[in-house]
Design a protein around this ligand. Sequence first.
Ligand code: NAD
Length: 497
Amino acid sequence: MSSPVNEALIRDVVAEVLARLGQAAKPADAGASASCSVTAGGGRSGAARTGFRGKFGVFSDADEACAAAHEAFLRLSEKGVAGRVKVIEIVKRLCEANASEWGRIELEETKIGRLDHKIEKLKAQRGIPGVEFLNPYGLSGDHGITLEEYAPFGVVGAVTPSTHSIPTMACNIISLAAAGNSAVFNAHPAAYKCAVMAARVFNEAIYRELAIENLACIVEPPTLESFSAIGKNEHVKLLCVTGGPGVVKAAMASGKRAVCAGPGNPPVLVDGTSCLTNAAKCVIFGAAYDNNLLCIGEKEVYVLEPFFDKFMAAMEKNGAYRLSASQVDALTKAAFVFPPGQGAGCPHPVVNRDLVGRDPQALAQVAGATIPPGTQLLVAETTPDHLFVEEEQMMPFLPIVRVKSVEEGIALAKKAEHGYKHSAIIHSHDVANMTAMARALDTTLFVKNGSCLAGLGAGGEGYANFSIATTTGEGICNPKTFTRVRRCVMVDKLRIF
Ligand code: NAD
């Protein structure tokens, strides 16, 4: 297969030439409505805005992307619910069919995470909820009938993280289109090429099947300036940002309403009342997933003292490798850096991006350890104030802290979670302990006796999404998250009894 960049380039050139000749390939069902296009301003016009033709969602200018997405939003409105269902099916189908190739392309670009899990995350798009989530709320009484419906916003500006670039974009498109919106994406600069490639494929297929060309626009290359332009654009009615504290702050300061899927640092408490082997297996599965890139992934574990050694033994037996204190020191020195000019002693260490999402072998090499092939995760006992506990480190090394009581474990877990209100996990059969931890941490996701992934439907009940709106409180994103509630009231009539 030729390289994706070349293929994309060739497609671009062909599309551009066709657009210039004014004969861009017409889709199968373009029909009469396609010859009467909708202008960026929303009005009908006999003359097509050729500036948007042949782009298939990929724009170097953020404002142009927003205008094209607005046009696509209006076209989607004309297609009704059936059109939204088709868009969702196209995105899910393409993610499934291209999972292996796109997973590889994303890994090659970002160099973080694991191929098997990158593939799984694309296949998991199948389970993202669609239009079925938008049941209207009806009221019927002596004064007639009232209906509350979930209406679209229009164009939604979306920011995606480096940790799951295509999967986040894909599930955002599914949720947004299910609700009748279009999108403009600003991807992470270290993970945008794969997103651009996938966006183009989505838009081409949507164009072929629905005659809508720019439903999921993306800016190439993404910059802070392009984010700012998206945030200011008149067509953009809502932002959906998925990432760390920086982008959440920027979105909140934009003046637009923002759905913010922010950072986490999920703690785990093991109180010894449940099966320690199950706890160890679940912790390894969650923390090792995609080399601990998941925002919901287990990041530090507190174990009650009497069960500590047994738990560590279960971890080692099930795929974890225990580092010595000096190996942890070596890893810590390499894993955290200080912003230039501030030097050692800086109170705000920053995770070394070169080690984020690397595999256990790479971390072991830095730590000076030789580990068996197939090791899923590195672990070690640390103090509660260790950098690996305090910082959201996104590496397959898990600090395990010994605690004297459940109360101490909950207090330390709360401190490490930093009030992000993201995710927390307990392994326990004691309902009082579960309740105490759930209340104290007040997180969006709280999983009992499973891996963090159970919180997103993998091993637990529920639907998935890669954007979990923790900071702004909408929870696991779904189509309803991106709707306006509109009420329609019929006074005194239409009630049938
Ligand atoms: P990141 O914060 O470095 O980047 C996320 C996105 O925000 C990128 O597209 C980046 O370009 C953009 N960005 C960063 N600062 C910005 C600013 N000041 N203005 C505009 N855009 C800005 O995060 P990352 O390393 O790509 O992803 C990991 C982080 O994302 C972790 O903190 C993780 O917990 C979080 N995350 C959260 C969720 C969730 O659903 N809550 C999901 C995935 C990742």
